[in-house]
Design a protein. Structure first.
Ligand code: ACO
Length: 324
């Protein structure tokens, strides 16, 4: 028995922004983006596609798949770094929009790791009280937080949302374990300022605006090493080996990060879900969107050991394992 996924859902904005279109916005080339990142296109939010709206649609789809009514939810957690408001949380907007009238709701900021940190939280709640139903969403509209003149960052990210509903099952499956780490000393490798302080005493001299700033090459090196360590640590703790893994759903940041990671781990390419070409890096939404697609395409089967790994601003990173 354990904490299982009762249903998944996702939502992507309508508008597709191709690499070729990006050539007309910033000094880059479609081929450079494709060869360095594996990204072909990304989605960009339009009117009525705020972070909370994408999140609410993904949540409704996850509830439909779980055959649950929103009123049956006890907790709504949204992993995001692109809420359209500082307060209330995106989770409160989602709670209201879907009618989760019996749930309490809050956001979780762990950047790209938001969904997996939320999965861990859901597991802890459900283990404490098997009657609880927890909705975890990863949602971002980072197109509003990019400096579109900065080719180091604006080519990488996309908008979208993914969601999963968690609950208890008496069957011999569910979340096996998680292994997370954070290192705040490395925050400067990947960060985004908030609004400028109205208190001059608290104003930051280096406030570069509310845009994503990144040392791409450093992030790349750190991401691969850190995720490998997390996966190996998790498997050791669970007394499992790489050979026990049936399928991997990694954070979709860059095809080269994914390929490097699975090569170091000795996991065959055929066991890895990849959709970064279609959506770019959707931060906290990347893993739940990939999970929803893998689930709906039937590439993960009941009883499979499914491994997730993530890395993001904070720095935050880690791995989770589910017996599906
Ligand atoms: N178009 C064209 N040329 C570019 C672009 C661009 N968009 N961006 C950089 N370049 C140039 C650079 O100026 C540099 O030129 P130079 O050699 O004349 O100085 C050259 O390309 C190489 O630049 P690098 O930064 O060394 O390129 P690299 O191969 O490292 O690729 C990238 C850059 C794609 C950002 C890579 O480092 C990366 O993916 N890092 C991980 C970042 C990431 O995914 N962050 C997301 C958040 S964390 C996460 O989700 C894992």
């Amino acid at each position: 028995m354990g904490t299982v996924v009762l249903g998944t859902g996702s939502c992507l904005p309508e508008r597709i922004l191709t690499n070729e279109e990006l050539e007309t916005i910033v000094d880059t080339s479609a081929e450079w983006i494709r060869s360095r990142t594996g990204i072909e296109q990304r989605r960009v939010s339009g009117r009525d596609e705020q972070t909370w709206q994408l999140a609410a649609t993904a949540a409704r789809r996850a509830l439909d798949a779980a055959a649950l009514d929103a009123a049956e939810l006890d907790l709504v957690v949204v992993g995001t770094i692109s809420s359209h408001m500082q307060m209330p949380s995106t989770a409160c907007f989602v709670q209201n929009e879907i009618g989760a009238v019996n749930a309490f709701a809050y956001d979780l900021n762990a950047a790209c790791s938001g969904f997996l940190y939320g999965l861990d939280l859901a597991d802890k709640y459900v283990r404490a009280d098997a009657s609880l139903k927890v909705l975890v969403v990863g949602a971002e509209a980072l197109s509003g937080r990019l400096n579109w003149q900065d080719r180091n960052t604006c080519i990488l990210f996309g908008d979208g949302a993914g969601a999963a509903v968690f609950g208890h099952s008496e069957e011999d499956r569910g979340i096996v374990g998680c292994n997370f780490k954070s290192d705040g000393s490395l925050w400067k490798l990947l960060y985004m300022h908030g609004a400028e302080s109205t208190n001059p005493e608290l104003r930051l001299a280096d406030n570069s605006g509310p845009f994503i700033c990144m040392e791409g090459r450093e992030v790349f090196k750190y991401a691969v090493r850190a995720m490998e360590e997390s996966v190996r640590g998790l498997l050791d703790r669970c007394r499992l080996t790489i050979a026990d893994i049936d399928y991997v759903i990694p954070h979709q940041a860059n095809i080269r990060i994914i390929n490097n990671l699975v090569e170091r781990l000795g996991i065959p390419q055929g066991k890895v879900f990849i959709n970064v070409a279609k959506y770019g890096n959707t931060s906290a939404a990347s893993i739940p969107i990939a999970l929803d697609e893998a689930n709906r395409q039937g590439v993960i089967a009941r009883g499979d050991k499914v491994l997730f790994c993530t890395f993001g601003g904070g720095l935050t990173w880690g791995a989770s394992l589910i017996t599906w």
